[in-house]
Design a protein around this ligand. Sequence first.
Ligand SMILES: C[S@@+](CC[C@H](N)C(=O)[O-])C[C@H]1O[C@@H](n2cnc3c(N)ncnc32)[C@H](O)[C@@H]1O
Length: 223
Amino acid sequence: MSKHFLQISNGSPVTDYDRHKNNFYATHPLAVHMLLEKESFSRKLGILEPFAGKGHIGLTLRRLNYSVTMQDKFDYGLHGVQLKDFYDNKPNSIEQDIITNPPYKRGNKKGSTISFVRHILKSAKPDRKIALFLKLSFFETDDRKELFREFPFSIAYVCSKRIPCAKNGNFKAFRETTGTTGIAMMWIVWNKKGFEHSQRIEFITYKGKIETYDYMLPDYKKK
Ligand SMILES: C[S@@+](CC[C@H](N)C(=O)[O-])C[C@H]1O[C@@H](n2cnc3c(N)ncnc32)[C@H](O)[C@@H]1O
């Protein structure tokens, strides 16, 4: 059994050697459907997907008739993406609701997951809703405990079955190299208005087996 297999199947971060250089891990579109069964977002303001990758979240939302702005620091050939470093956003400046899966990185320096999450929560305008797809392990560590104290969430939807986030959008390779169906993930939803203190936890799931073919939306490279 390879080291690579062991690390992913434990749901833990893989080694730097194995990591995608820009931390691009695509969300399985089913995760978006699971979120929208529970939550609705502003159709009037639309949605920002600021770490769009190849559009697995953004294009899925568009197909559900949301108006979506997709941005990423790096170009993966996604049609219509705006190239932007998320750190360039100023506090209270983002007009839309936000739905995304931010880059994974441990620690608390610039470029770490917690640093991105904090910047997202600060950059959204008051009254906006933010849903982030995060590893279940985001509940760990004193730094994150402090983040939740500063920005209490409304609800966390814990995926009771694992769901894949595939390096470079390659779900087939994820299945083949890890031998697992996915990673332990959750959606955390914040309502920026007042950052209510409910911090409820609910389980969400999907029926049957998850498809792990290379899920590429047909409008990904449309010119
Ligand atoms: C975990 S992937 C998620 C991709 C996509 N949200 C999805 O769920 O399919 C994180 C994405 O963040 C992008 N990224 C990394 N650093 C960034 C930055 N400073 N500003 C904007 N995007 C960044 C990467 O290129 C990558 O596409």
